[in-house]
Design a protein around this ligand. Sequence first.
Ligand SMILES: O=C(O)/C=C/C(=O)CC(=O)C(=O)O
Ligand SMILES: [Mg+2]
Length: 216
Amino acid sequence: MAERLKQFREIGKKIVAVCRNYKGLTAAQGIPNPKTPSLFAKPTTAYITEGQSIRIPEGCNLLYHEVELGVVIKQKCSNVAVSDVDEYIGGFVLALDMTAKDFHNEAKANSRPWFLSKGFDTSCPVSDFIEKEKNPNYRDVRLWLKVDGAMKQDDSTSDMIFSVPEVISYISKYITLEEGDVVLTGTPDGQGPVTDGQIMEAGLADIVSMKFSVTK
Ligand SMILES: O=C(O)/C=C/C(=O)CC(=O)C(=O)O
Ligand SMILES: [Mg+2]
């Protein structure tokens, strides 16, 4: 099973993401905690892996990094109870939810969908597949991100507003999740800009780390 799930980028059919899911982030932004998980999606063409670069989309002048824990779904499921979610977790990835923040701000200001700002090619860099057993404390695991060696994001998944099981249970009420789909669980506070030539390094405890460069 884990062997097949290593191919999540080929077999998975979607990337579902949660936003505003860390207490530190909503506190820093002075916004209320959402009452239910706030969802959006990215196309699977957004995936890249180490060795490939994040490309600044045409016309974007403000590209933001967001480091996130991604959950790889083990098998098709819908309407999963919070208490049963563990059965449907196949493994994890560390991911970046790269965001064309100027596109995002403009779309929001004009009450338009912000799919492009989150869904452009290369907007979802991911680590190697992390076996479920290698991340047993996923409810309280450190994730961090440095830009050119300077720490920008450093928090624990215990700061999430909705836990991983709550997020997956909620999504599955409305959207059937399938083998290899990835759920991005939101970013902690500290997201911010990156520019052409900068290098990001991110890690999940001592489980995995990854590096990505940004290019025009
Ligand atoms: O402004 C918003 O509503 C959402 C902004 C984001 O980019 C949030 C995330 O993607 C996140 O919190 O992970
Ligand atoms: Mg995000």
